[in-house]
Design a protein around this ligand. Structure first.
Ligand code: CTP
Ligand code: MG
Length: 215
């Protein structure tokens, strides 16, 4: 199958506070460049959704389109810009993609229809009451924290996005749009290094990973 990597990178990075997040550098390389370099060897094309008016840095092996106001809108625009059989959706904000995860997500996407990297939850979970008090303990057995990359047969994800858009359903994640329609999503063991760079503290962690990163 023809495979495309679709990278939503059109966010403004408000919580990080360093301008558009995809262009923030760790270990001398931008978050976006790190994702592109990791994905390129395993796909036929790389498409990136950028903030309106911004361009790809020189030499980046990718095609850019303008993103939307939400991540969901940016992914829909990316889906409409490719004819690939399989799409791998990956947040630019997750700069460290192990090769094993890319391969397993892509294979399962084609075989099952949809697949996502995810990690079994290791911490004790509690539902808070009055915001900051211990409320109800939630058993963590069988709970996974969802990451990206997420892989799909393109036509299935496009249909899921179109129905979500029609119904005004907002989602932070693409696999959830497939699951919502009752279709299977395979959980592929992810990697702690796939954490999302969201806050300034995450940047310090990313610098530490960059110093020892080997894919
Ligand atoms: N994203 C996007 N288009 C948007 C919003 C987000 O392509 N309109 C992308 C971001 O660039 C990022 C991924 O979706 O790669 C996950 O979003 P998030 O971590 O929330 O990044 P930002 O929206 O940039 O950060 P913040 O919410 O702090 O502003
Ligand atoms: Mg955001």
């Amino acid at each position: 199958p023809k495979i495309a990597a679709l990278i939503p990178a059109a966010g403004s990075g408000t919580r990080l506070g360093r301008g558009p997040k995809a262009f923030v550098e760790v270990g001398g390389l931008s978050l976006l460049a790190r994702s592109v370099v990791c994905l390129s060897p395993y796909v036929d094309e790389v498409l990136v959704a950028l903030p309106a008016g911004m361009q790809l840095p020189n030499g980046m092996q990718a095609r850019a389109i303008a993103g939307g106001d939400t991540r969901q809108a940016s992914v829909l625009a990316l889906l409409q810009a490719t004819d690939a059989d399989v799409v791998l959706i990956h947040d630019a904000a997750r700069p460290f993609l192990p090769t094993r995860v890319i391969r397993e997500v892509a294979d399962a996407a084609w075989a099952v229809g949809a697949a996502t990297a995810a990690l079994p939850v290791a911490d004790t979970l509690v539902q808070a009451k009055e915001n900051t008090d211990w409320g109800t303990l939630t058993p963590r057995e069988g709970l996974w924290a969802v990451q990206t990359p997420q892989g799909f047969r393109r036509t299935a994800l496009l249909a899921a996005h179109e129905s979500a858009q029609q119904e005004g359903h907002a989602a932070t994640d693409d696999a959830g749009l497939i699951a919502r329609l009752g279709q299977r999503v395979a959980l592929i063991p992810g990697d702690a290094r796939l954490f999302k760079v969201t806050t300034p503290g995450d940047l310090a962690l990313a610098e530490a990973v960059a110093a020892v990163w080997d894919g």
